[in-house]
Unconditional design. Structure first.
Length: 470
C-alpha cells in the first residue's frame, strides 16, 4: 500500500476490536494498524484508505462483506443516513461494553497514571425517547443517498425540501426525518405538522448556500414534567408565521411555552438573538430529584434528564459531602450540579464564563430557596484568586465539568495551586480527561472511576473521576 495513495481499496479486512469514537481496529498483513470507521468488531469489510501514515492508516467501510454475529436490525428506517444514532446495529449491552472499554483504554494510554479498577458502566434505563431537546432544520437541500443518485442514472433529481437533521459532516444537506426515536411525543407530531403546513401554504425553506428562504430551524424541548417548549426560527417576519404558531397552539395544548426567533444572520446560532414568547410561559420547568429548574429557550440543560439524575448522584457521592464543606462548581453552566449537591455543602460557589448561564443559575438557586449558593460569571483562572478565597472560602471539594476540549491548562495549574482535598472531574470526553489527569497527577491520585452512558446508540460516553490530594 503506497503511503500517498489515498484511494487504496482493500477487501477481506476483519475488524478486530473497538478503538474509540465509533472506530474499530484492524491490521494489514504487514502488521500495520488500520483505524476504521463505519463498521463494528467482527465485521469483514471492503474499505477505502483515507489517510496513510507511517505507523497507521485511517479507513472507511465501503461494504460489509460478512457482518459480525452480534449485529441486530436497526429499529429506525433513517439509520445509516441520519447521523444521530450510529450504533443501532449493536445490542445495547454491546454498546455499553465498548464504551467501558473506551474509557479504560483512553485513561490508561493517554493518562498514564495509577488507576483503580474502573466501576461497571451505569447504563441508561431508556434507550429510546430519552432526549429532552432536539433541533430540527428546514432546508431546500434534501440529502440524497448514493443509492438515490445511482438510481437516477445521471438524470437531474428535483430536490424536495427537507425537515430533519443535518447529514453527517454536511452543513447544508438535511435528511428528511419522518419518525425520530430520540425524543418523546409530541415531538414527531409537531415536526410533521410543520412540514404539512409548509407544503399547504407553499412556505419556502431556507437555502443555506444561497442565504435565502424563510423557515430555518425549530427547537423542541419535552420535560419530564409534561411541559413542552417550541421555538420556531425564521429568517424574517411574514404573516404566515402566525398561522404556524396558532396551529401549534391549537393542536398541541401541552405546549406550555411557544416562542419564535427572527434570524437574518448567515449562521444558525440564536444565542445573540431575542426569543419572542408568543403563547404561554417564556420557560418550562424540569426536576432533578426534588430540585426545580427553570429552562429558558437558550438555557443549557443535560439532554437526558433521567440519566442526568444518575450522573449527578454519582458526582454527589464521589464528592463525599458532610455539610461542612465549601464546594466549588467549575464550568457550572446554569448551576445544576452545584444545586443538586447543595444539601450536603456548607456553601456552593459556581463559576461559569457564560454570563447568561449564571443569571439562570441564580434564578435556579432562588427557586430552590438556596441562600448558600453563589454564582459568578468569568474565567475560573482569573476569578479564583487569594482575594476571592478570602471572601468566599477556599474550596474543600471542587467539581469540574468542562466541555469536550477538557480543562484549559491554565485552569489545571490553578487547581494545583488551589489544592482542594477532593476534586470530582465529570467529563464527556475521556481522552481530554485523561490528558488533564496526567497534569493533575503532580498533586492528585485517582481514587474512583465511574463511566455513565448518557446517549444510547451513539459512541459518546460520560465519565466521573474522583481525585484526592496525595
Amino acid at each position: 500500500m503506497g503511503r500517498k495513495n489515498k484511494k487504496t481499496i482493500l477487501s477481506g479486512i476483519r475488524l478486530e476490536r473497538y478503538a474509540a469514537e465509533g472506530k474499530s481496529i484492524a491490521h494489514l498483513e504487514d502488521g500495520k494498524t488500520l483505524l476504521v470507521q463505519g463498521g463494528v468488531p467482527g465485521d469483514t469489510v471492503k474499505l477505502i484508505v483515507l489517510k496513510n501514515k507511517k505507523s497507521y492508516a485511517e479507513a472507511k467501510v465501503m461494504q460489509i462483506e460478512s457482518p459480525a454475529t452480534e449485529r441486530v436490525e436497526p429499529f429506525c428506517k433513517h439509520f445509516g443516513v441520519c447521523g444521530g444514532c450510529k450504533w443501532q446495529m449493536l445490542p445495547y449491552h454491546k454498546q455499553t461494553e465498548y464504551k467501558q472499554q473506551q474509557v479504560a483504554d483512553q485513561l490508561r494510554r493517554i493518562g498514564n497514571v495509577a488507576l483503580p479498577e474502573i466501576m461497571t458502566i451505569c447504563g441508561s434505563e431508556r434507550t429510546e425517547f430519552y432526549r429532552n431537546k432536539l433541533e430540527f432544520t428546514f432546508s431546500t437541500q434534501h440529502y440524497l443517498t448514493q443509492e438515490q443518485i445511482d438510481a437516477a442514472q445521471g438524470e437531474v433529481i428535483e430536490r424536495e425540501p427537507a425537515l430533519g437533521f443535518h447529514a453527517p459532516g454536511m452543513f447544508d444537506k438535511v435528511v428528511d426525518i419522518e419518525t425520530c426515536y430520540l425524543q418523546p411525543e409530541p415531538s414527531n407530531k409537531i415536526k410533521n405538522l410543520m412540514r404539512q403546513l409548509a407544503k399547504e401554504h407553499d412556505l419556502p425553506y431556507y437555502d443555506f448556500k444561497k442565504q435565502e428562504g424563510w423557515l430555518r430551524n425549530m427547537i423542541v424541548r419535552v420535560a419530564t414534567t409534561g411541559e413542552v417548549m417550541v421555538n420556531l426560527i425564521v429568517h424574517h417576519k411574514r404573516p404566515e408565521l402566525f398561522i404556524l404558531l396558532d396551529a401549534l397552539k391549537d393542536q398541541f395544548p401541552e405546549i406550555s411555552s411557544l416562542n419564535y426567533t427572527i434570524n437574518g444572520k448567515k449562521n444558525d446560532t440564536i444565542y445573540d438573538l431575542d426569543v419572542i414568547n408568543y403563547h404561554g410561559k417564556a420557560y418550562i420547568e424540569e426536576y432533578l430529584e426534588d430540585f426545580r429548574f427553570k429552562i429558558s429557550p437558550k438555557s443549557f440543560f443535560q439532554t437526558n434528564t433521567k440519566q442526568a439524575e444518575k450522573l449527578y448522584q454519582i458526582t454527589r457521592d464521589f464528592a463525599g459531602l458532610t455539610g461542612e464543606e465549601v464546594l466549588y462548581d467549575l464550568y457550572c453552566g446554569t448551576g445544576s450540579i452545584g444545586i443538586f449537591c447543595s444539601k450536603g455543602a456548607k456553601k456552593v460557589v459556581g463559576i461559569e464564563v457564560v454570563a447568561d448561564a449564571i443569571e439562570d443559575a441564580k434564578i435556579n438557586a432562588a427557586w430552590n430557596n438556596l441562600e448558600h449558593c453563589a454564582f459568578f460569571a468569568g474565567d475560573v483562572a482569573d476569578i479564583a484568586t487569594d482575594a476571592f478565597f478570602a471572601e468566599h472560602g477556599r474550596p474543600d471539594v471542587i467539581i469540574t465539568d468542562p466541555p469536550r476540549a477538557g480543562m484549559h491548562e491554565k485552569l489545571v495549574q490553578q487547581l494545583l495551586k488551589m489544592r482542594a482535598p477532593r476534586v470530582v472531574y465529570v467529563s464527556c470526553n475521556p481522552a481530554t480527561q485523561a490528558r488533564d489527569l496526567q497534569l493533575l497527577d503532580e498533586a492528585y491520585a485517582v481514587l474512583k472511576i465511574q463511566p455513565v452512558d448518557m446517549f444510547p446508540h451513539t459512541h459518546h460516553i460520560e465519565n466521573v473521576v474522583l481525585l484526592e490530594l496525595k
